[in-house]
Design a protein around this ligand. Structure first.
Ligand code: SAH
Length: 252
């Protein structure tokens, strides 16, 4: 059996209780060494075989899984954050299906949640934005043309950019073709929840220069939108006059 486990954004105590238990019982761990905190591997049994997938191809990863399965061993495939975002898990699962190897999936705390926590920010403020666009700048991996940043920017919604910290000149240019302005608040969160986390608050117009000043070109998220500003409306849910299924509102 193969367990896909989300490692969380970095801090080793931000893995789920279920994920931690799976790590502790694994005979084989294949971890995404470029971003998973190696401190998590301290949970492994002494005899556990550990592989760093940063140095492996998909084929090599699958060979390890197949070998473990043939020996009746349990494998944990440890992915950074939550594997449903830029995790390259589908291709593993489809091949395991073909081989008849069973697997399951334990979610993790994505770095976009870790970044919000680093800022004590709420992405979906009433009166500001009720949507979060999670995307990336086109790099070596292409992005479908209808998802160009300039197109997505037309909404002015809260935006979270993965895998784009090294491309901020282009990011800035495309964001400005939409509803954001030079003054729209933005933030760069480097290594959210790691001991060397850095939070840089800036604006869309100063994204590239801020990252360059701080020497940040990877392992960072770019957050954009007025949710980082001063103004918003209070929630209806907790408003004294608002009636919900659980609470009767008072008249004005
Ligand atoms: N599945 C992961 C994302 C993997 S893609 C998740 O849910 O978080 C790798 C990108 O994620 C990095 O280039 C960076 O943009 C972002 N990232 C991952 N961990 C991060 C962290 N702790 N702080 C900031 N960004 C992070």
């Amino acid at each position: 059996m193969v367990h896909f486990v989300g490692a969380g954004p970095g801090a080793p105590d931000l893995i789920t209780v279920r994920g931690a238990a799976l790590l502790e019982s694994a005979d084989v761990i294949i971890y995404a060494g470029s971003l998973v905190n190696p401190a998590l591997l301290e949970r492994a049994k002494p005899e556990c075989e550990i592989y760093n997938s940063a140095k492996m191809t998909l084929e090599e990863v699958l060979d390890v899984m197949r070998g473990a399965e043939a020996d009746g061993k349990t494998t944990v495939r440890l992915h950074t954050g939550d594997m449903s975002l830029y995790g390259a898990v589908r291709e593993q699962m489809d091949r395991l299906d073909k081989d008849g190897i069973p697997y399951d999936d334990t979610p993790g705390v994505s770095s976009f949640c870790g970044a919000a926590a680093a800022l004590c920010a709420e992405y979906t403020l009433p009166g500001v934005s009720q949507s979060v666009i999670i995307t990336r700048m086109e790099g070596r991996t292409p992005v479908p043309p209808r998802e160009r940043l300039s197109e997505l920017s037309s909404h002015g919604a809260t935006m979270v950019l993965f895998l784009s910290a090294g491309l901020l000149d282009r990011v800035q240019e495309e964001l400005l073709q939409g509803a954001y302005t030079e003054q729209t608040p933005a933030a760069i969160v480097y290594k959210a929840t790691w001991p060397d986390q850095k939070v840089i608050r800036c604006t869309v117009g100063t994204l590239a220069e801020s990252a360059a000043r701080e020497g940040i070109s990877k392992t960072a998220l770019i957050l954009v939108g007025d949710f980082l500003g001063e103004h918003y409306e209070r929630s209806l849910l907790y408003h004294p006059q608002f009636t919900t299924e659980f609470r009767k509102g008072t008249p004005e």
